[in-house]
Write a protein that binds this ligand. Sequence first.
Ligand SMILES: [Zn+2]
Length: 204
Amino acid sequence: MEEFTKPGYEKIEKYNTETTESISKNVLGIIKELGENTTREGLIKTPERSARAMQFLTQGYKMDPVKILTGAMFKEDYSQMVIVKDIEVYSLCEHHMLPFFGKAHIAYIPNGYIVGLSKIPRIVDAFARRLQVQERLTNEIRDCIQATLNPLGVAVVMECSHLCMQMRGVQKQNSVTTTSAFTGEFMKDTTRKEFISLISSSLH
Ligand SMILES: [Zn+2]
């Protein structure tokens, strides 16, 4: 193992050599099965590049979202809604291993603790950089913030385009899937409406 074992959320810069070799072999097999000439110039390094790319896209398995949040929690009296909008999401659908991507909008109402704002996008990354479904991704982010910060409420709205829908099958080119998850205060109509109106300029 090289830097792959780094704790917490640091990005991977080097990859485990054994894992990369093993994934490369499998990718080579896929390229062959697809009927391609694996020795032509453009494809020679593809298995290795693909192996590195797959590890990058799934690096969330090596991240600890709870650690990311607890590493930057501060005692604070502020008790109004904190919203982080337009967080970029890049994930892989676990059914086809094709990308889905879009935006997440996240809010919480502090209950004695706030968290460094940059940590919210980082936990989105930690859960998104895995094989996922959008519904579970939405819930996991909500549950992690709720369990760690213990706020008065958490709201997560996510809008994503799924390449497995857009490039194959039904080919609904412009469809966007919206998911949402709430806890606590956000279960109340008025609070949820306030949140939705505050993020609505960003919604489709
Ligand atoms: Zn899919």
